[in-house]
Design a binder for this molecule. Structure first.
Ligand code: FEO
Length: 395
């Protein structure tokens, strides 16, 4: 592993994880990830901004040796999730004089989740500063991006924002800075969709709070460093806005082909009406791709057959994700087929407790779809067109 200089006196000392394929036992990582840790050397004091996942703690220690670090005075914990704080016990043991810089909420979490002596914690408040000698760190408490204790740290003189998870990407690459902006944009959107989307209102508040701070570099805790911060900031402004696109996302599952026929007919009808469709067969879908599609789409239609007494478990999973991720979707409908009964529609509706898109009349039919059922699907397509027109996204 290697130590890379971002600007004089500020170094990246974290570790890539090219092979990791799943995060939180949930999120697919097609491009691996990185656990970024940053060293800030002032004339008088040295600070370490976040640590790394415990699986990479020896990489961090090796990098600190390579950087000839004799003393660390402060270990700043922007976020307590263990991919950033998990190596704190080892680093705290190696540097016993270091104070652990936390806020009120992270102090509670760090001492509950990790073997850390509370007496070593130095509690800061919003906008407090720390003088390292020619380098000043300023802390901004930014809750819910994406835990309640999250904060960001700003290197004032160098205009570097250490944003932790915010503006991050699960994207492992050898270069320190973003080189392929398009690839990183896609990975950042996936990351936003899977992790940050439920908190878009919080993100909007934080971006407003930070808007007057001059930022030359954004150094997140996952993925490459942004030397053109405007690119990622503009992307976030778009994603967190209330603007939706003239698109319909259709997560579906089919057992014997009836629901699939309905989905295909709906896709055709929408395409003929000039609306972009994104169908996702849930039996083979990467949920990250589905989550990304949910960032922008105006409408979602979930397709499911009835299994025994209710929706197919894959459709339950999709509805659960939809409810948890809280996309800005404006309209929702349900389509599918049943054999003899069940409460599929009511069960799915009942799952949507955290998000309230307008529900468009579901099309739920018995058996294989016939001509009259196809007409109902076309009527649903017409309704979607009308709704998209109402909100000004369809000509
Ligand atoms: Fe990268 Fe919320 O941890």
């Amino acid at each position: 592993m290697s130590v890379r200089e971002i600007v004089p006196g500020i170094y990246a000392v974290g570790a890539p994880d090219f092979d990791r394929r799943l995060f939180d036992s949930l999120i697919p990582l097609p491009h691996g990830t990185t656990y970024n840790s940053y060293l800030v050397k002032g004339a008088k004091k040295t600070a370490l901004i976040d640590t790394v996942d415990p699986s990479k703690e020896l990489d961090l220690v090796t990098n600190l040796v390579k950087a000839r670090v004799d003393t660390i005075d402060y270990i700043v914990i922007n976020h307590v999730e263990q991919d950033h704080s998990g190596s704190l016990p080892m680093i705290a043991e190696l540097f016993p004089k270091a104070s652990i810089v936390v806020n009120e909420k992270s102090k509670d979490l760090v001492t509950r989740l990790l073997d850390v002596d509370p007496a070593r914690c130095m509690e800061i408040k919003d906008k407090d500063t720390l003088d390292l000698g020619g380098k000043t760190l300023q802390f901004f408490i930014t809750p819910w991006v994406h835990w309640p204790e999250t904060m960001v740290t700003y290197a004032v003189e160098d205009r570097v924002l250490f944003s932790c998870d915010l503006f991050g990407t699960h994207y492992a690459e050898s270069s320190l800075f973003v080189t392929d902006e398009r690839e990183v944009y896609i990975s950042a959107k996936r990351y936003y969709a899977e992790i940050m989307m439920p908190f878009r209102r919080n993100i909007a508040d934080h971006m407003e709070k930070l808007k007057d701070i001059p930022v030359s570099i954004i150094a997140p805790s996952h993925g490459p460093v942004h030397s053109r911060p405007g690119v990622i900031l503009d992307a976030y402004r778009d994603w967190i806005s209330d603007t939706v696109k003239d698109e319909v996302v259709i997560p579906y599952v089919s057992m014997h082909g009836s629901t699939e026929k309905m989905v295909n007919h709906l896709c055709e009808a929408l395409i003929e009406r000039g609306i972009r469709v994104k169908p996702f067969n849930l039996t083979v879908t990467d949920i990250g791709e589905l989550a990304m599609a949910l960032v922008d789409a105006a409408t979602v239609v979930i397709g499911t057959p009835t299994v025994l007494f209710g929706p197919h478990p894959q459709a339950v999973y999709a509805a659960y994700l939809f409810n948890m991720l809280k996309p800005k979707t404006r309209f929702l409908s349900l389509i599918g087929s049943y054999g003899w009964g069940g409460n599929t529609i009511e069960a799915l509706k009942g799952m949507l407790t955290r998000t309230k898109p307008e529900l468009l009349e579901p099309v739920y039919i018995r058996g294989a779809p016939g001509v009259s059922d196809q007409k109902k699907i076309e009527e649903l397509a017409d309704t979607i067109v009308g709704k998209h027109r109402e909100i000004g996204i369809h000509q």
